[in-house]
Design a protein around this ligand. Sequence first.
Ligand code: BG6
Ligand code: BG6
Ligand code: GLC
Ligand code: GLC
Length: 898
Amino acid sequence: MAVDRYLYQLRLSDDVLLDVTARFQAEMGKGLARDTSPTAAVKMLPSFVRSLPDGSEKGDFLALDLGGSQFHIHWVKEFDDGKQSSQLESKSYPTPKEVMQGNGAELFDYIADCLSDFMETKNLKHKKLPLGFTFSFPCKQTKLEEGVLLAWTKHFRVRGVQDTDVVSSLHRALQKHQDIDVDVLALVNDTVGTMMTCGYDDQRCEVGLIIGTGTNACYMEEMRHIDLVEGDEGRMCINTEWGAFGDDGALDDLRTEFDRELDLGSLNPGKQLFEKMISSLYLGELVRLILLKMTKEGLLFNGKVSTALLTKGKIEMKHVSAMEKYKEGLSNTKEILTELKLFPSEEDCVAVQHVCAVVSSRSAKLCAAALAAILTRLRENKQLLRMRTTVGIDGGLYKTHPKFAGRLHRAVGRLVPACEVRFLRSRGGSGRGAAVVAAVARRLAAQRRRLHTALAALLLPPAILWELRDKMRAELEHGLKRETQAQATVKMLPTFVRGTPDGTEKGKFLALDLGGTNFRVLLVKIKSGRRRSVQMYNKIFAIPLEIMQGTGEELFDHIVQCLADFLEYMGIKGARLPLGFTFSFPCRQASIDKGTLVGWTKGFKATDCEGEDVVDMLREAIRRRNEFDLDIVAVVNDTVGTMMTCGYEDPNCEIGLIAGTGTNVCYMEDMKNIEIVEGNEGKMCINTEWGAFGDNGCIDYIRTKYDREVDEGSLNPGKQRYEKMTSGMYLGEIVRQILIDLTKQGLLFRGHISESLRKKGIFETKFLSQIERDRLALPQVRHVLRQLGLDSTCEDSIIVKEVCAAVSTRAARLCGAGLAAVVEKKRENQGVERLQITVGADGTLYKLHPHFSRILQETVKELAPQCDVSFMLSEDGSGKGAALITAVAKRLHNVGQK
Ligand code: BG6
Ligand code: BG6
Ligand code: GLC
Ligand code: GLC
């Protein structure tokens, strides 16, 4: 046939199509990658739609659907009846040319007027309704409820809208209608709306396809491939805007002279070149241009060029569709051409029908090629060899053309045999999907609000922090004064450590370090003078729970057993070495080597120890074992050991801080202020035992119900209230209590409290530290939660992370307020305008938590503005400090004996 010469270029073999698939795959990659996306032809726009419908959407919604062949308004009712049923009431409004090609204000006023009319007729006025806005043009979104129009496409060209946010324009227009109250919650492309509409019926739907006035597709992409949106977890729907494929010349070899001519006569020359080869707005015109040329060359209509053939837009998609109804033979074709005043012969009819078929099947095949690229990408993302999936699809060309769907399906089948695709026609258009998106958005917003209410109690405004600083300060004074000391909650225990190291310490010592996360035995060799150095050997031993909470005798026997193992291991069993005992619990001391346990804290609760001298208990246990002898010279709190460890490096270190399993501070106090110890000269280290701050109820007003629950479930209810809000042993429990509460409120884990979440103590500090580590590493969060037996969604993990952050931030700020009180006191003691001081710090929370130490330091700065506080991390633990104290005590002892 002579026409074939013309049509040759329009026929695309499967090889060519596979090549198109490969080209489109490359374009998608470009659109997603940070470096190439600004100049990419295929824009790959993030839609901020992160999940498919899950059936939990319910309520009344409005939907606007603008940009296809019709402008619709819908009222969508999603029922909560477990059957995912919904009801749709719709009305379509005309979109006159003045509106499509006028100015922006007119367009949005028109939309608002139609909406107002719709609400009037449906009796919806004065009802507050959420609205989903399907706007079928390329928009750059940074969130769901905002979108900047990149360019008009298809038959729209409205002035003053490009580069502006269409949602605010709509809001502005709606404000003029006092009697309607709608909240535009989501802006979605029609492809996205279609995918969501279909996703409602088939959960496997992860692609949305439009082949109508325009053409476009969206699909669910892995977040980790979307450079332009932060976060790596889960998926997000990408609006490919594939209509612009080829705008950079990528399809030039496939475009014919007719495509070029059509483009030149369009509203947006050079743009949407792929769309112009495919969609219904252009299909009839392509046919017309081909027929015109053929007629001019005498191949049709006896060479007679009629006005109809010369009239732009004369042949429409509906004509093409009708002419391709082959079942009806040529009669349809003849009728239509006659109607168009083209008066064909029988032969003309055959030729025209042929042209239509070639043009529309090219369209179907090109669509298939691009869709094949998307399907392949999905399959590769899922690392599957074969994939079953569903494509939600809408648009006049697909739905009304007699052959189009079949051609598309068959071509896809040939191009991607590894994918089994179900093509699902959208029922009720994209409006329903937009309503679903709005519903999800509304649910998330409500969730946010409730989450913030729950966490609000953990916020500590500056005024409260200042108040807490002052309260702590008052408690410190109480503990020091003779009259108030007995009732004081912050006990301010004298340690009989009177100075920080001066470098003259030397010798070989043993140290025990009991009460933190690890129990250690150490051998410390200290050299003084020019060869000043400290060498340490240590071994960590476990203390089983049944020993921590058994009898005192068992506990101390166990300690001595570990000591014996260590001496054996080091080969020093025979030497009677001096020993410093770091014992991280409150002890009332009468000298450096005497310490009566006031009360267990943290996880210890061995019987028959409280009120006893722990040094005696240790000596007796050594005697019981009768295997070796040791000279126990000093018992020190871990804060004191830490201060000494750091003091060895920095003489200005006069404060020791522990933020670990428990929390506590010691500092060098002027003797004259310590009323219960004789003498007014010099200084002595005071172990504040500030963990008990608030045990008299003075901080109850900031304690939440979660704190009370944690306290009640602890080994020492009512005790160590400050510690229970600030230290590692309890933060995880607070988090757990909050998570349980949020789950009960239906805000987490789909309202299901799992067995793991019921388990006390599942959240150790190390998990908190992991969860909060990197600001956005949600996969890690989910991984940690999974380790804890908590199956979380992406949304869950975001919430869990926020809860952890709220709890640890509060802890750091509280601790900072306490420390500010201590440094301020030191400043006043010294009577200086500005104080320079170093705090030696240790503890897992301080060391391992990603933000704790920073927030703590910031808070101290804020609340003690006249103090320049340096923080020194104790690298070697408190054992070294205990050995240094032992060295000094031993020397003094020896001097005393002489
Ligand atoms: C409709 C959808 O069914 O199809 C619209 O609701 C979409 O959102 C339209 O734009 C596309 O088809 P057409 O043929 O109307 O452009
Ligand atoms: C260690 C000290 O480094 O930190 C211990 O050597 C101290 O003495 C401990 O008790 C505190 O931290 P945590 O987190 O182990 O309780
Ligand atoms: C045009 C628009 C696109 C839309 C498509 C189908 O290509 O740019 O956003 O999805 O038409 O309506
Ligand atoms: C607890 C102890 C205290 C110790 C602190 C840090 O608060 O009572 O003595 O210093 O924990 O380990």
